[in-house]
Design a protein around this ligand. Structure first.
Ligand code: ADP
Length: 493
């Protein structure tokens, strides 16, 4: 079945029934699965449903292509990535439309994601030609040490639905820059964007087999087929901590090199000397970008008691003006959440918090005629630090505020989580902000900023938020193994 023309006629050149991209060809599978628009519940495509045998074929193709791709000149690899960047920019409208159709996010978020996603191609096109290394004399003399970074091999990439373009390019671009070939399994909610990305890499000149795509409804089978294959040497996963643990256990069997971007529980800190207007603006971005469906989303607002009322009132007033609606509503700022189950889970978390003594201080109106999976943006006050809502990843447009009375208390509460991905600090005194930032157990800290994602910066978490970094130079090194040569090299007498 082609994509429903009403959704986006310009994506009809992708044939979802032939969504398996293996060895440079688009192939069908024995069955298909439906993809729905979360804003309306409408089916928009029937997508080829990959099997274990398709997964094996994808590795056959990636392994064969690795031999030549790893020895392809870095400049040539960079040109492919830069070509993908240019195509992605040129295709921004079409790609944003595709993301809006299958993920439901509003237009501003979708366009922002495409721009962000394209930047990974540009950044890693630039990094591909800087493989780096080291050369030096050994301390004892008489030998030289040469250090190089070699591509690790076939990389298995597993991505979530919340940023269907950016999570794919954040993995594909550094892998290809390093000389790896890839097999990608997108989330079953959002396989069409992954198809579009594979297509633009094909058009940019990625040789057959360098990029392979296997959409599936049977993620455990496809991914375990990859992890048990001796040719797969790398797993890069973005998703929930629970699934991350499962994949780490599987990776242990063959000691597969693992990068994990897992769940977050970001604290958003406001001290009593913070610029409250800036803090409110930052809070809106940190909480409501992507409707709160981001692992970096502010999950707990830790606010000093001296500015609690003021910040709460200003932030709440701003939240009440947020317009929720489907992606087709051009004035919508908050889209639907991904599924009925996600909406029910968020409503449950809020109800439990209220049961435990919190109150909904502000709530944006929700049009009763909306038919998709919508949750009203809202602010919760009187939340206690140990409430379930402060320890569970909300992944939706709900902002719980916790009262704190000192920087020490703020740090204690912020760090009492097993997660440690992003954190945000708003403080007037920069030294105080830095002291707090250094005290936070988090991989990324926004200081007087509500956004930390940047292709040129190392993205990743501490504690159970993950292993490894994506973006920046570190992101490419994740797809390499360090090799060194010890060279007999007597000093001249
Ligand atoms: P979310 O809750 O955001 O959907 P998940 O961790 O469930 O996060 O999903 C992230 C990715 O992991 C998706 O591509 C999904 O299909 C995949 N996935 C889910 N369960 C498994 C599993 N048991 N093995 C391998 N991949 C999985």
């Amino acid at each position: 079945m082609p994509l429903t023309p009403a959704v986006d006629p310009s994506i009809a050149d992708l044939d979802p029934a032939r969504a398996l991209f293996i060895d440079g060809s688009w192939k069908p599978a024995t069955t298909t699965f439906e993809v729905r628009d979360p804003g309306s519940g409408r089916v928009i495509a029937a997508v080829a449903d990959g099997s274990a045998s398709d997964a094996r074929s994808a590795v056959d193709s990636a392994a064969a292509a690795w031999t030549s791709w790893r020895s392809t000149a870095p400049r040539t690899r960079a040109d492919v990535l830069y070509g993908a960047y240019e195509r992605m920019r040129a295709d921004l409208d079409r790609l944003a439309g595709l993301i809006m159709s299958e993920n439901g996010k509003c237009e501003a978020d979708a366009r922002g994601e495409v721009t962000y996603a394209a930047e990974f191609f540009r950044w890693f096109a630039e990094e591909a030609v800087r493989p780096g290394g080291a050369f030096g004399e050994s301390p004892a003399g008489g030998t030289r040490t040469i250090v190089t970074h070699r591509s690790v091999g076939v990389a298995a990439l597993v991505t979530p639905w919340n940023f269907p373009a950016a999570m794919a390019t954040r993995k594909i671009a550094p892998a290809l820059a390093a000389g790896c070939t890839v097999v990608l399994k997108p989330a079953e909610e959002t396989p069409l964007t992954a198809m579009a990305i594979a297509r633009l890499l094909e058009e940019a000149g990625a040789p057959p087999g360098v990029v392979n795509l296997v959409p599936t409804t049977d993620a455990p089978t496809v991914v375990s087929t990859w992890l048990s294959d001796s040719r797969v040497r790398k797993i890069s996963f973005t998703g929930s901590t629970n699934v991350g643990r499962i994949l780490l256990r599987q990776a242990a069997d063959r000691v597969v090199n693992s990068s994990m971007e897992l769940g977050g529980n970001a604290p958003f800190i406001v001290t009593e000397d913070a610029d409250l207007d800036a803090a409110v603006q930052g809070a809106l971005v940190a909480k409501f970008r992507n409707g709160g469906q981001a692992c970096t989303a502010a999950n707990r607002f830790l606010v000093h008691e001296a500015v609690l009322e003021d910040f709460g009132a200003r932030f709440g007033a701003a939240v009440e003006t947020l317009r929720t609606g489907p992606a087709s509503d051009q004035r919508a700022q908050i889209g639907p959440v991904i599924s009925a189950g996600a909406a029910a889970r968020i409503e449950r978390v809020v109800a439990e918090a209220v049961q435990a003594g919190a109150r909904v201080s502000h709530r944006a109106p929700l049009d009763p005629d909306l038919t998709g999976h919508f949750v009203a943006p809202q602010v919760l006050r009187d939340v206690t630090p140990d409430a379930a809502i402060a320890s569970e990843e909300i992944f939706g447009p709900v902002a719980p505020i916790i009262r704190c009375s000192s920087d020490e208390e703020i740090l204690t509460v912020a760090n009492q989580s097993e997660s440690g991905l992003a954190a945000y600090v708003y403080a007037g005194d920069l030294q105080r902000a830095m002291r707090l930032a250094e005290g936070l157990e988090a991989g990324m800290v926004g200081i007087n900023r509500g956004l930390v994602s940047d292709p040129a910066a190392p993205f990743g978490g501490v504690k159970q938020s993950g292993l490894g970094r994506e973006g920046a130079r570190e992101g490419m090194l994740e797809y390499t193994e360090t090799q060194y040569f010890s060279v007999d090299w007597p000093n001249q007498g």
